[in-house]
Design a protein around this ligand. Structure first.
Ligand SMILES: [Zn+2]
Length: 505
């Protein structure tokens, strides 16, 4: 690989600026990993600057995936009519039995898919069972660094299993399923915290590119002591916290039953909500919850594709924006959303807003979702002011979109066509931190053909190894589903404020 020149100038492209809602022909000067100047064609550049011709290219800030799960990449396309709870029930089959090498592979695949689909940064809640280890999560961090994608990696953690978390679920299971579910115990929270502390102290890669965070997965799956310990550890090491929040109606109803208050109010009472907190999904929240998130400076990762795929509901994104809640867009993991396509995530964000209210004034427009998927995501990752725009002082994280791609023929309106027409086939090249990671749709940073072969061999091995887990998952699914459907249905009548509020939109 040739060394990155100190200076690079990109000429003849069109530059998309979500902040100013503008597209204009402009040159762009890069020094090292950052943009130092933009201006009209003919921009002055040092004589020794490398020149990149961007004729017929749109220069778009790299999309930021505000919520994904790298471990899910190997489970792409495994499920169909799964609710969130059925997905969690399937987890030992979809994500079980993996080695550290498999985790490294899964994270590289996730990162590579994001690059191919125009995404340059992501917040990854990565699952390691029974608890995160220095070795396991370090492999994930190294994978992102190797592919070249900027990332925040939060070990996804729980000290309570699905079967303990949902009131009455364990008791509802007949034998032998109940005994089996009782054995599926998560590690005690002290073990999770110890693993995370080790990671904070010996993070294996440059934090400028890949940084650690904490991912207590779901309020009901984490004891109060565990949540408090995450709060304190995050403060001690100044890192972010991401958590699935009110993703399914089952969770919202179970939260009211268990805590006597909403999930957001519960987390707020524990002191978890702050500027370093991101709630993923945030579907079943009421207005007080949203105002609380706003007042605490917390952000939301909106995952409309996953929310539809799992039948979770539609998050009140318009209300969040109106209240001033920071909003990012995410794909979610490929085991629940089947891909890492931020173009589709943006399109879904725009479109689902249109079925909740007939008034077009309330719909999310293309600039709004472009802002959420760039500037909003940057804030979610704690990288506001550094990524999400192509302007002086920002990192050179640039997606070169091919304007001769059929999605842009004829060229009518670029922002509308990015959100409403484009798919990832228009992604020609991707630069991250001033370095080309993908050029002419060929990877520079990794051997993608080799990765693909390794993934296929690995998945075939895991499928064989996890065959007993598949049998159990299938046998338990009907019991889990009927209990959860009953619980959500009960909530529908009993807890009207959730249905009358934003979540039912
Ligand atoms: Zn998720």
């Amino acid at each position: 690989m040739t060394a990155t020149p100190d200076y690079q100038v990109i000429r003849n492209g069109r530059l998309l600026d979500p902040e100013r809602r503008a597209v204009e022909v402009a040159d762009l000067l890069i020094a090292g990993d950052s943009i130092i100047e933009t201006g009209p064609p003919g921009l002055d550049a040092p004589d020794d600057a490398g020149v990149i011709d961007a004729t017929e290219r749109l220069l778009m800030p790299g999309l930021v995936n505000a919520h994904t799960h790298g471990h899910g990449s190997l489970g792409k396309g495994t499920g169909d009519k799964w609710s969130l709870e059925l997905l969690l029930n399937a987890s030992p089959w979809v994500s079980g039995g993996v080695t550290q090498e498999d985790r490294y592979l899964a994270a590289r695949l996730n990162a590579a898919e994001m690059v191919l689909k125009g995404c340059t940064a992501a917040y990854d809640m990565f699952f390691e069972f029974p608890a995160p280890s220095l070795e396991g999560i370090s492999a994930v961090a190294r994978a992102y660094a190797e592919v070249g994608v900027r990332a925040v990696v939060a070990p996804m953690m729980a000290d309570t299993s699905l079967y303990q978390a949902i009131p009455g679920l364990l008791e509802s299971l007949p034998e032998p399923h109940r005994s089996h579910a009782e054995k599926l115990r998560a590690a005690p929270w002290e073990e999770h915290i110890a693993g995370c502390r080790a990671l904070m102290q010996a993070w294996p890669v440059d934090r400028e590119r890949v940084r650690p965070a904490l991912g207590p997965t779901i309020p009901l799956h984490c004891t109060d002591d565990f949540i408090r310990a995450c709060r304190d550890l995050a403060k001690e090491y100044d890192v972010g916290i991401q958590m699935h929040l009110a993703e399914s109606k089952v969770q919202a109803v179970a939260g009211l039953k268990r805590y006597g208050k909403t999930l957001a109010a519960h987390l707020d009472d524990l002191g978890l909500l702050g500027a370093n907190f991101t709630g993923a999904h945030c579907i079943w929240l009421d207005d007080d919850d949203l105002k609380c998130l706003r007042d605490r400076g917390a952000s939301v990762a909106h995952n409309p594709g996953s929310n539809l795929r799992l039948g979770s509901g539609i998050a009140p994104a318009r209300r969040m924006l109106d209240l001033g809640v920071t909003l990012g867009v995410g794909s979610d993991g490929s085991a629940s959303a089947d891909h890492q396509n931020m173009f589709e995530a943006m399109r879904m964000a725009a479109f689902v807003s249109r079925i909740v209210d007939p008034d077009p004034d309330t719909w999310l427009g293309t600039w709004e979702v472009l802002q959420a998927a760039t500037l909003g995501g940057a804030s979610v990752l704690g990288l506001g002011g550094l990524i999400g725009r192509l302007a002086p002082g920002y990192k050179a994280d640039i997606v070169f979109l091919d304007l001769t791609n059929v999605s842009f023929v004829p060229l009518n309106d670029i922002p509308n066509q990015i959100v409403n027409c484009a798919d990832s086939s228009a992604v020609d090249s991707v630069m991250i931190g001033g370095r080309m990671v993908l050029e002419g749709r060929r990877f520079i940073s990794i051997d993608f053909d080799r990765l693909r072969d390794d993934v296929q061999v690995t998945v075939e091995r895991l499928r064989e190894k996890n065959a007993p887990a598949y049998e159990r998952m299938e046998a338990m699914a009907a019991f889990v589903s009927s209990h959860c459907v009953g619980l959500a249905g009960e909530g529908y009548h009993v807890h009207r404020r959730l249905d009358a509020g934003s979540g039912a939109q």
